[in-house]
Design a binder for this molecule. Structure first.
Ligand SMILES: [Zn+2]
Length: 140
């Protein structure tokens, strides 16, 4: 069932809605992309690294990588839904299909992937820090 973005505001509690609106107004939405009813963005909140939000209207699903679990909708999802409604121009159109880089990654073995990650950790430690942080959030 198609998800109306307004529905997310109804599901969020009042405080969450206000904080989501504040995030949106503050310009916390980063790297926003869309493709056919799918909205993806990173939202910079108070945590050191931005969270990833995805809203899939055709599937009626949404997700965020933050640890919020006191209600069905967190402030980051509210912020992205608001941006999609009020400022869709923030979202760049994503071309369908996977980028060539991702296709190439899928062909690698686990060992080769690990090797690449180690290399990345040496060259771009800040990127690995963010990666590890997001991974930890997932298991908390
Ligand atoms: Zn969140």
């Amino acid at each position: 069932m198609r998800l109306e973005l307004e529905r997310l505001f109804e599901l969020a509690d009042e405080g969450v809605r206000a904080r989501g609106e504040a995030l949106f107004l503050r310009g916390a939405i980063l790297e926003a992309t869309r493709s056919r009813g799918r909205w993806q963005a990173r939202v910079q909140g108070s945590a050191p690294f931005p969270y990833r939000v995805e809203i899939n209207q055709s599937r009626g699903e949404w997700s965020c990588t933050c640890p919020y679990e006191w209600g069905p909708v967190c402030k980051h999802v509210v912020a992205v839904a608001l941006a999609a409604l009020e400022a869709p121009e923030l979202f760049t159109q994503k071309r369908l299909g996977q980028p060539a880089g991702l296709r190439a990654l899928r062909k690698l073995s686990d060992g080769e992937l690990l090797e690449l990650l180690w290399q990345l950790a040496e060259e771009r430690p800040e990127l690995m820090q963010e990666f590890a942080y997001n991974l930890l959030q997932r298991f908390e």
